[in-house]
Each structure stands twice: as structure tokens, then as C-alpha cells.
Design a protein around this ligand. Structure first.
Ligand SMILES: CC(C)(COP(=O)(O)OP(=O)(O)OC[C@H]1O[C@@H](n2cnc3c(N)ncnc32)[C@H](O)[C@@H]1OP(=O)(O)O)[C@@H](O)C(=O)NCCC(=O)NCCS
Length: 181
């Protein structure tokens, strides 16, 4: 799919190194207003990152701009609400589309490409794919940085969660939800 200058495609295992670099740049460049440097670095080590299960499931997208990966994000039919491969509290069991909300997962846009509609392009693809898989509701654990973005896309704030980091620090995350259609 091509959104003007942007190309959307599914991520592959071969993209993981580039995606890891993109996630670091996104967190360091775009989250400074909401989280301290210590929180951002601890979260990069313990929480954020590529979730290889999403790539294997074919539910993780990326957008290329000028042949460079400018953003990524996905959805999931599995229970884990947030967290990459290194995040300990994962739950890979499958959700029931009739009763449960699909997850929106791990959206990161490179600072050089922020506010150009890339996040929106990926979210639209995720919502379409989740609907095609039979889900009628979506939810995610949004960073404080992500809240205005998801709010603009029709998601409502449901609950604030503190994700434990280290040295008594925690990462404030907001569970947000949306009904499709
Ligand atoms: C959240 C994020 C993915 C949004 O990506 P993006 O490509 O910049 O978003 P879009 O350009 O599609 O934004 C669509 C709309 O969302 C809203 N929005 C996005 N970022 C916003 C911000 N920082 N402040 C206020 N509104 C914002 C706006 O309404 C925007 O439309 P507009 O630019 O026409 O005003 C990006 O800011 C990011 O990567 N942040 C750092 C990593 C992170 O915290 N990710 C969230 C994980 S849950």
C-alpha cells in the first residue's frame, strides 16, 4: 500500500535491527516531554522493543519514506497489552474476537517524520486487519506521548497503569479503548 510518499508493508524478521534503532530514536526524541531520561532509558531496556511474535503473526507494519523505515506499529490477537521481546510479563494466549478487544501495539515514529500522518496510516491498517479478523473492539497501553494521538483517533482513556521499571521508578501508561464500526 502506498500513502503518497509513504509505503506501508508488513515487517519481516530482517527488519528487526532497523526497527530497534527506530524505536530508540523515537523514544529519545519524542518522549522527552512526558518522561525523564532515566525513565526513557529504563523503559527502552525493560519494556519497549520489537515483539517478534507480532512479526511472526504478520500483524506488525512499518512505513518506509525515501526507502528508510520512518515508523512502525501493529495489532495483536494475543493477550499481551504492551512490551517487546525483553519484557517479562508477556501473555501470548489468543484473544476471543467475540468477547475480547484486539490489542494495538508498539507504535513508534522517527522524530524526523513525526506529525506527517504515518502513525495514522499504520493505525488505519491495524484497525482494518483487526476488523477483518472479527474483532469489534481495540485497546492498548498507551504512553503519555501516545495519548493525544489515540484520542484524536477515537480512543477513550480507561485506566492509568504504572509499569514498574527499576530503582522504584515506574512508567505511567494509559489503557485506552475504542469500538470499531
Ligand atoms: C504517538 C506517535 C506514534 C504518533 O505518530 P505520528 O506519525 O506523529 O502521528 P500522526 O501524524 O498520524 O498524528 C495524527 C494526529 O494525532 C494527533 N497527535 C499526534 N501527535 C500528537 C502530539 N504530540 N500532540 C498532540 N496531538 C498529536 C494530532 O491530532 C495528529 O493530527 P495533526 O498532526 O493533523 O494535528 C508518535 O508521536 C511517537 O512515535 N511517539 C513516541 C513513541 C510513543 O510513545 N509511541 C506510543 C506508544 S503507545
Amino acid at each position: 500500500m502506498n500513502g503518497g510518499e509513504f509505503t506501508l508493508r508488513l515487517a519481516h524478521a530482517a527488519d528487526v535491527a532497523a526497527l530497534t534503532a527506530l524505536i530508540q530514536a523515537s523514544v529519545r526524541g519524542l518522549q522527552a516531554g512526558e518522561y525523564t531520561e532515566a525513565q526513557r532509558e529504563a523503559a527502552l531496556e525493560l519494556v519497549y522493543g520489537v515483539d517478534s511474535q507480532l512479526i511472526a503473526d504478520g500483524t506488525y507494519f512499518l512505513v518506509e519514506a525515501d526507502r528508510v523505515i520512518a515508523g512502525c506499529g501493529g495489532w495483536s490477537r494475543r493477550r499481551t497489552l504492551y512490551g517487546g521481546d525483553r519484557y517479562a510479563a508477556r501473555e501470548d494466549s489468543l484473544l476471543d474476537p467475540a468477547r475480547e478487544a484486539a490489542r494495538i501495539r508498539a507504535f513508534f515514529v522517527h522524530p524526523a517524520w513525526a506529525r506527517r500522518g504515518i502513525g495514522g496510516l499504520i493505525l488505519e491498517a491495524c484497525e482494518g486487519a483487526a476488523a477483518a479478523a472479527g474483532f469489534t473492539r481495540l485497546e492498548m497501553g498507551a504512553t503519555l506521548t501516545g495519548v493525544p494521538f489515540y484520542r484524536a483517533k477515537g480512543y477513550a482513556e480507561a485506566e492509568r497503569i504504572g509499569v514498574p521499571l527499576r530503582d522504584g521508578e515506574s512508567l505511567a501508561v494509559v489503557r485506552m479503548e475504542k469500538r470499531l464500526g
